[in-house]
Structure formats: C-alpha cells, structure tokens
Design a protein around this ligand. Structure first.
Ligand code: BGC
Length: 739
C-alpha cells in the first residue's frame, strides 16, 4: 500500500535520531573490531550504567549488517547473535499458557528435544474466569521462571483480543469479553513475567478477533469502539505493566496491515502511549519493506522465505543504502530491540530460573480450581460425597483426551496432564467403582459407544459426562473459527440419553467458550464449565466435584442461548466473517454483555455468573465521594457476608450506568471487581475505588476521554444480571482527558 506521508513520518524519526546517534556509527562489517580484542569494558556491558546510555553505546558500535540482523528473525524463533560484541541470540517462545516446545530452526516440526517440557497452565479464558489478579500474578510468575530456565528472552503472550464472537477459534487463548476484567489480569500477568527479566509480548495488536481469513481480512470500526473496547487491554499492558513487546496482528485495520499500520503502531502505541519497547510482526504478518520500514514494525518474524529475503533484511539494507529509507528509521528499530535486551538484563546474566516445581504445579492447580464455573446445581447435586457413593460412570472422550498439546501455537509439551478421569480416580481411590465409557467417536458410528455409556450410567450412582470441544480445528484452535456453538459428534444426544438413564447426571464442559445447551440443560441437574484446565485440570475438577474446593469462577464472557443472539451475528456476513475482504464492526461498542443488556436479550448464562456451594449477602452500600475529586472520584463501599456453611469466594462486581449521556452508551459497564474469600458467617467491608475514567467515554469529536456532569448509577452484584445493591452518584464536575 502506498503512503503519501511516509516521508514526513521518517522526517520525525530522523530529527530524533540526529540528536543521539554518534557519527560513524555505520561501518563496514570488515572494519568492525572485536570487543575482546579491544580489551575494554564498554558502557553497554556495564550493568551499572543507565539503560539508555547502554543502548546508545551499543548502537554506536553496530555495523549496518549487524543492525539489520537485529530487526528480523534468523530461525523460527530467534534473531542472530553478534559474537563480536558478545550479543547472544535472542530466543522467543509461545505462548500464553506456558513455554512451548522448541521447533526446528527452519520448520514447524518439533525439535525433538528432551528438555523442552513445561508446566501447562489453564488457558487464558480460564485465567479470566478466576477474576483474580493474584491468580494472574501466580500464572505470570510460572511463565517467567520457566522461560528463564528454558533460555527464552521474549514470551509471546499474553493474548488479549476481546471476544467479539464466540466463534473465534482462539477465544480459549484470550481473556474474555470485557476490557476492564482483562486489563486487571493482564497487568498482573505481565508484571510477574517481566519481574524475571523475561519480556512479555502482548498480542495481537489489534482487532484480530477471528481466525477466518485472518491473513487478509480488513477490519473497519468506528474510533470510539476501537478506543473503548479493543484498545484498553493493550493500553493497560503498555501504560501500567510496561510491557516490553507488542505483536502486531495478521489482519488489516482500516486498509493497512496491522504489522505495518502507521495509525496503530506509530500514532497510538508509540506516540500517544509512549511505548518504548519493540513491535514484532506475527509470524508471516509482514508484507512490504517500505510499509514495514515506515509503519512502526521493529522486528520481522516468521515470514515464509529465506531469512535474508525477509522484508526487513537485504531489501531493507539495500533501500537504506540507496537512501530510499533514512538510516534513522533503522536506528529507531534497533534502539527498541536493544532497549528490551538491555532492560531485561540479557547482557548481564539472568537468574537460572526453574521449571515444573511443586510451586508451579500448585499454581496451575489453583488457577484451574478458581477458574471452573458452576453453571447449575439443582438439588444441590454437587458437591458429591465419595463416602456415600459406590459407583460413578465417567462418560465422554473429553474425560481422557489430552488438551495441552492442542490449539496450535499455544500448545504445550506438558510434563504430565491429569485428565478429568485421572483426577476423579485419584480423588475417590479404590472405595468407589469408577467406570469409563468414551460415549462417542469422532469418526464413525457411535451408536454402540453411546449404548455402552448409557448402560454404565444406568447402573451407577452418578454419571459424570465430560463433554465439549477438542482444541483441534475447528474447535478452539488457531487457524479456523468454529462453525456454530453446538457440541460436536452427537454429544447433545448422548447427554440426553445419559440423563434419561440416570437423572443424577453432572455435565462437565471442556471448552474455550460457550456451547449451546438447549438440548439437555433443563434435564441435567448440575453443570460445570471447566475450560481447558492445564496439566492439573483433572485434579482441580475432582477437588471441585467432591467439595474440597468451593467453586468461585465467574464467566468472563456471556454464554448466549444461540448464535443468532450474538452481536457480531446480528450484522450478517458484512459484520462477520466479512464480505469482499472487509469486516465491519456494526455492533460497535455493544460487545458481550453490553449487547445483551442494551438490546434486552436474555443470555443463557450472563457475564459474571457463577454459583458457589455457599451463599453471599450484599448490604450497606455507600458511595463515598473522594476528598480530592480527582483520584478516586468515588469509593464504592459495601458489606459482603458468607451466609452459608462453607468457606468460599465471591467475586463482587461493580457496574456503572450513566443516566443521561449525550452520546449513546452501553447500558452498563464493569468498572470494578474484587474476589473475596470468606469463612462461613464472615463479613467484610469491601471498598472499590472508581477513578475518573470509570465514568468516561471516548469522545471522537474531542479526541479524548470525557466524563459528563451527570448522575451515574452504581450497580453492585454477583453477576451482570444479579445486581444486589444500587446507588446514584452525581459526578460533581465534567472531565476531559486527552488520549
Ligand atoms: C500466532 C502467534 C504466535 C506465532 C508464533 C502465529 O501463527 O498467531 O500468536 O505467537 O504464530 O508461533
């Protein structure tokens, strides 16, 4: 794509670079002296020097070829070493849920190593379902420590694209449908990873919300939607967590590929947000040397060509030498790469790290336990008491299928994986007779398998059907979207038959997002949403089913009744999956519960929903205006009590509704939450601050965030549709903040 204003853009970079780049920085490779021969201790190797001084010193020593080598890959997941200057190879690795196995340098085949196992954490949407920033911190901690041990410098995650449609094949990797929830988690995740001198790479920037035609689709949306829905999680990653790397998305945004997108990368990310780190391409997301040179890309990865033919390799060097691109553009990219390297102490020696420790296993289990959402529990059917059971029929392929290795780039070669069946067997021991029936087959006639499962259910005290998706295309896997929300392979019918044979049937859903449940939900007394629980998932599930832990997960995304009810679906093909190469986000701001609330559509299970084995009472709401009306504007205070007989955790949620906005706003928006652990009978006073931005919307006319002088209704509750307290807060003064 041709950009008439590229020259102006470069002009800015040149002006900046002239201030800092010493003359003679670009030397012929042949002249470059070895740092060892020089026998000195240069500034860039001196850990006591400020990062920027080290960056400038190192930059000044690099030849043109060396600089070029730092802005593109030299294998699937590395950039070249510069031995002359003691710069090691930089290693990157997927992914969001653990450190991926190594692949061959030049192909996607596994390298076949024996030292590239890792802890497999629950998937991103499961982390989001914990609604617990401390869980995100523990999660990031595991990734950081294991990345160190595996010698990785940059971890390609977290993935934070919002759930626009439940069909997106990668929803499992991401953090749900709400920017505030995802932001609070992502900030803790990234801080924890980066505390270990490992850079996080938040991805995919931006609007990569479907897999269908992901390499070419052009996304069009209005500026308010971009700012209020799709950018805030990235913004929090940059401004609050100081993430060191950002991965561009595959798709186009407003006509320009995201990895070369002047608006997203230069203007928003680097200029407005002041991002000092590096932008890398998604693997194969770079398309043009000139566009990449000017469009804000700092590191090209994964292009399907010989490395010297990458867009930012020989062609870039030649163009620089011919004066087609200013050297300052290269220096800016190199500076960003060096900054990340030096700030994460790659040149100073990093700690050794650790892998698959007891603490890591415990973190994986804890996140899985806190993530599982109890959707239904009539009776109550759960928890089960093993002392009162003699037999359990476990049914369904998902009870035994390994999930850790699914999902494509997010796959993990796990040290071990406790399946739901394993977890149940370990928990109940020999005292209960546990049978397992597959129930269905992915290919071929399953009637015999179903009949056997039904027979097992009939003769057991309780049936546990572990149903769901496969984590293979097109069911929760990179590279393809789901076709619909249905359970595949006849599982609906299987569940119907099982519950008919044994009314004491529990359905456990293993999936990265909602599935339709109409065929059986009214007959099944208990349903647990288990996500993909990582290598401790089966243990976590068993502990939840048998009451060792009390469910505390809440849905981070709406579970609609049917696909027809979902926001992206309503706009027809032009809205999803796109027409003539373009996809228009016609639903605008109304993503997730914002849609269901505003359009008064009843979801199957609402955002924020999740049951517990105990009960909680909310009381005594107070809205305490800030003494300094800036920070925070108001503190939401209320009492939360555990009124049941078990300890448990409640996620108290605060939503804000503006009563008379001058622009249309979603009916309400999540602006605060707290996960509170309470003993039976215990009561706590909870305080949640609301900053000014909690009241604001993005005003495109003003180019900034604006809160109006108006009455705001503060809604407090247990889910987006179970609001227990409310109060009105008149915002004392209008507020306008630049981006
Ligand atoms: C994915 C990225 C991933 C990269 C490297 C791409 O296909 O979109 O999320 O980090 O591959 O495996």
């Amino acid at each position: 794509m041709h950009h008439p204003d590229r020259r102006n853009l470069f002009a800015g970079v040149v002006a900046l670079a002239l201030l800092v780049v010493p003359a003679g920085a670009v030397r012929a490779a042949a002249e470059a002296p070895s740092i060892h021969l020089a026998g000195m201790h240069p500034v860039y190797l001196d850990a006591a020097q400020p990062v920027e001084a080290r960056v400038e010193d190192l930059l000044s020593r690099l030849t043109l070829e060396e600089k070029i080598s730092l802005v593109h890959g030299d294998s699937k997941f590395t950039t070249a070493a510069i031995p002359r200057l003691d710069l090691p190879r930089r290693w990157m690795s997927d992914g969001p849920h653990g450190v991926r196995e190594d692949v061959n340098a030049n192909s996607w085949y596994p390298a076949g190593r024996t030292d590239d196992f890792a802890t497999c954490l629950p998937v991103g949407i499961a982390l989001a379902a914990t609604w617990n920033p401390e869980a995100a911190q523990a999660y990031g901690d595991v990734i950081g420590e294991e990345a160190l041990k595996r010698g990785k410098n940059i971890m390609l995650g977290p993935g934070v694209n919002l759930m626009r449609t439940p069909l997106n094949g990668r929803n499992a990797e991401y953090l749900g449908e709400d920017p505030w929830l995802a932001s609070r988690l992502v900030v803790e995740y990234i801080r924890a990873v980066q505390a270990h001198d490992v850079a996080s790479c938040v991805k995919h920037f931006a609007a990569n919300n479907q897999e269908t035609k992901r390499n070419s689709i052009n996304v069009e949306m209005d500026e308010r939607t971009l700012r209020e829905i799709y950018l805030p999680v990235f913004e929090a990653a940059v401004k609050e967590a100081h993430v060191w790397a950002v991965m561009g998305a595959y798709n186009k945004f407003r006509g320009q590929f995201c990895c070369e997108n002047d608006y997203l990368l230069n203007r928003v990310l680097k200029q407005e947000w002041g991002f000092p780190g590096l932008v890398m391409s998604d693997w194969g997301g770079t398309h043009d040397t000139g566009e990449a040179a000017a469009g804000g890309l700092d590191l090209e990865m994964g292009t399907n060509r010989p490395y010297n033919q990458f867009y930012l390799a020989d062609a870039f060097r030649d163009g620089l030498q011919k004066g087609e691109y200013p050297m300052a553009a290269l220096d800016d990219k190199v500076r960003r790469n060096l900054r990340v390297m030096i700030a994460t102490h790659v040149l100073d020696g990093r700690p050794e790290g650790s892998i698959n420790t007891k603490a890591h296993q415990a973190a994986a289990r804890r996140v899985a336990e806190e993530a599982m959402v109890l959707l239904k529990n009539d009776g109550p059917t759960l928890p089960l008491d093993p002392a009162k059971l003699t037999s359990i029929a476990v049914i369904g392929d998902d009870a035994v299928r390994s999930q850790a290795y699914g999902g494509d780039s997010a796959r993990i070669k796990a040290f071990y994986e406790i399946s739901p069946l394993d977890g149940i067997l370990r928990r109940v021991g020999a005292s209960v007779n546990v049978t397992f029936s597959e129930g269905y087959a992915k290919d071929g006639d399953a009637a015999a398998l179903a009949a056997r499962a039904v027979q097992a259910a009939k003769t057991a005290d309780v049936a546990i059907v572990v149903a769901g998706l496969t984590r293979q295309r097109p069911f929760d896997c990179e590279g393809a979207d789901r076709h619909d929300l249905k359970l595949p392979y006849g599982q609906d019918e299987l569940i119907r038959q099982v519950v008919q044979a044994n009314p004491r049937t529990i359905v456990v859903l293993v999936s990265g997002g909602p599935v339709e449940m109409d065929a059986w939900l009214d007959r099944v007394p208990a349903v647990v949403q288990a996500w993909y629980g990582g290598m401790e998932g089966g243990n976590a599930l068993a502990r939840l089913l048998f009451g060792d832990v009390n469910p505390s997960g809440k849905l981070p995304c709406t579970f609609p009744g049917r696909i027809e009810d979902t926001p992206a679906y309503a706009g027809g093909a032009r809205a999803y999956p796109g027409e003539s190469g373009t996809e228009r986000y016609d639903e605008g701001l109304l993503v997730g519960y914002r849609w269901y609330d505003t359009k008064a559509i009843e979801p199957r299970f609402p955002f924020g929903f999740g049951l517990s084995y105990t009960t909680f009472a909310y009381s005594n709401l107070k809205l305490v205006a800030g003494a300094d009306p800036k920070d925070p504007v108001v503190t939401v205070q209320f009492d939360l009590a555990n009124t049941g007989t078990r300890e448990g955790a409640e996620v108290a949620q605060v939503y804000v509704h503006q009563t008379s906005p001058s622009l249309p706003r979603p009916f309400k928006e999540l602006k605060g939450f707290r996960k509170v652990f309470l003993q039976p009978g215990e009561k706590q006073t909870i305080t949640l601050p609301l900053e000014r931005r909690a009241f604001a919307f993005y005003d495109p006319a003003q180019g900034g965030w604006r809160a109006e002088k108006d009455v705001f209704r503060i809604l407090v509750g247990s889910s987006s549709r179970d609001l227990r307290l409310q109060g009105d807060f008149p915002l004392p003064e209008a507020w306008l903040a630049p981006k």
